[in-house]
Every structure is written in structure tokens, then in C-alpha cells.
Design a protein around this ligand. Structure first.
Ligand code: ADP
Length: 249
């Protein structure tokens, strides 16, 4: 048994839209440096759960807290939650197409939630080292001087992940990172996420079961706004109720 409090804790969260329960008593705990995969059929509540964590949607009831209960996410706005160190990667990459790869990262570093605002652009040695280290991690070192517009879809996804890492989030939420990627890019993305999860927590919403298997992490299956099953993928995918919701509709 461990007494270490969870990094993220959702306790009996419900979200009701016009009488419809998008989340229904959802409880979830994510530890520091844990990577968790969230699966579930369309309409299961995955997006709504991410919206609650990032402050985009307020729960109708229940608790959502961060850093062992230090912060009540239900009382903070989106900007404050981002400041706490919760980053979110949407499915479509939003990079600055006309800027180079390294300039995209520089812009993201300037927006670092911990950075001291400076009036003039002067790249310090420390900043240059951070750009280099990010380029290395996101596998774009050889593409640093190219315009983001020239990157493949997969490379753009990595660049956006790099831009989020520039903010040093404690928790990174990622929505279907492997969608539209080649097999090689998908495998590289799994490696990248595993590396990221060595130093922070990652929550991945994913439909691609091959990718989830490759991640090799604990899986939570949502259905009708609640947790249907949780555990290793083999166990969850053998669960009769999980098979029913995936096949029986
Ligand atoms: P998932 O991401 O797992 O596909 P969602 O969280 O997007 O599921 O949606 C859960 C349910 O809540 C769906 O039935 C959806 O139609 C409904 N829903 C989501 N957002 C809203 C909203 N803003 N207003 C009304 N219903 C919504």
C-alpha cells in the first residue's frame, strides 16, 4: 500500500447537459509519472472528462483535484489550470505553419508558464539548450530549420507535443496522438510518450488498440460517463461488459 496522494483525482464527477448525463459518477486517480490510456466507444464521455480536468466544463457534482488535493480544479478557470501545469494536446496539431520548427519551440518557450517576461528577444544559452533538447526528444533535430508547413502530419503532432513540453506540464493530456500516422510514426509516438511519462503524468485518449497495446500501460474503459473497467489491456479487453459495449451496438 502507498500513502502517496494522486497527482490527479476525480471523485464521483457528474456532468449533466440539459438532463443528459455525459459523465455519471466518474472516479479516476492518476499518479505522478503515470501514463494512462482512456478508451471507450463514441459518446462514452472521454472528451467531457478532459474538459473537466482542464476547466473547460464545470462538473454538475463531484470533486476534481490536482497535486494531492492541493488545488480544486472545479474552482479554477482554464488559464489558471494551465498555469498549474496541465497541458492538453488536441487531435489537430496547431503549430505556426509559416515559422520554422525551432522558432515554433522558441515561441512556446517564451510562453512558458514559469518564464519571466522579457521586453527584448535575446536567446540565452539556456534557452538554446532547451530548444536543442526538445528537438532531440521530439525527433525533429534534422528538421529544425524547415517551416512547420513542410512537416508530415506525424511530425507536426510531435512538434506540438514539443511546444507543450516547453511549458513543463506536470500532467499532459493527449487526444488520439496516433490518428492519421504511418505505422512507423505510430511506434515512434508510443516511444515518445513513454519517454515523456518518465518525468510527468500522461493521459492518452485513444481508439487505436494496437497503439494502446504498444503503450503497455494501465487502461481505463469509459462507458456512459462511468468507468466500466480498469486494469491491464489484456484484462480490460477480455472483460465481458467491455466486449459487449464495443461489439453489441
Ligand atoms: P467521447 O469523447 O467519449 O466520444 P463525449 O465526452 O464527447 O464522448 O460525449 C459524451 C456525451 O455527452 C455524448 O453523448 C455527447 O453527445 C454529449 N455531449 C458532449 N458535450 C455536450 C454538450 N456541450 N451539450 C450536450 N451534450 C453534450
Amino acid at each position: 500500500t502507498t500513502t502517496t496522494p494522486s497527482l490527479l483525482y476525480l471523485d464521483a464527477v457528474s456532468v449533466v447537459f440539459d438532463g443528459f448525463r455525459a459523465l455519471n459518477n466518474l472516479s479516476l486517480a492518476i499518479d505522478q509519472h503515470e501514463m494512462r490510456a482512456i478508451i471507450g466507444p463514441n459518446g462514452a464521455g472521454k472528451t467531457t472528462m478532459m474538459d473537466v480536468i482542464t476547466g473547460k466544463t464545470r462538473p454538475t457534482s463531484g470533486q476534481a483535484s490536482f497535486e494531492g488535493g492541493k488545488y480544486d480544479l472545479t474552482k479554477l478557470d482554464e488559464a489558471s489550470i494551465a498555469q498549474l501545469g496541465i497541458g492538453r494536446k488536441f487531435q489537430t496539431p496547431t503549430v505556426f505553419e509559416m515559422h520554422t520548427v525551432e522558432d515554433n519551440l522558441r515561441l512556446a518557450l517564451k510562453a512558458d508558464r514559469r518564464a519571466v517576461p522579457t521586453l527584448f528577444w535575446r536567446e540565452s544559452r539556456a534557452e538554446r539548450e532547451r530548444v536543442d533538447s526538445l528537438l532531440e526528444r521530439i525527433r525533429l533535430k534534422d528538421h529544425r530549420a524547415r517551416k512547420a508547413a513542410e512537416l508530415s502530419h506525424g511530425q507536426k503532432q510531435w512538434l506540438e507535443i514539443g511546444m507543450l513540453l516547453a511549458q513543463e506540464p506536470k500532467l499532459l493530456l493527449v487526444d488520439e496522438p496516433a490518428a492519421g500516422m504511418t505505422d512507423q510514426e505510430t511506434a515512434d509516438t508510443a516511444d515518445l510518450l513513454r519517454e515523456i511519462a518518465r518525468t510527468r503524468a500522461v493521459v492518452v485518449v485513444e481508439h487505436d488498440m494496437v497503439f494502446v497495446r504498444d503503450l503497455g500501460v494501465k487502461v481505463t474503459c469509459l462507458h456512459e460517463g462511468s468507468v466500466l473497467a480498469e486494469g491491464p489491456l489484456d484484462q480490460v479487453s477480455a472483460n465481458e461488459r467491455v466486449i459487449e459495449v464495443y461489439l453489441g451496438r
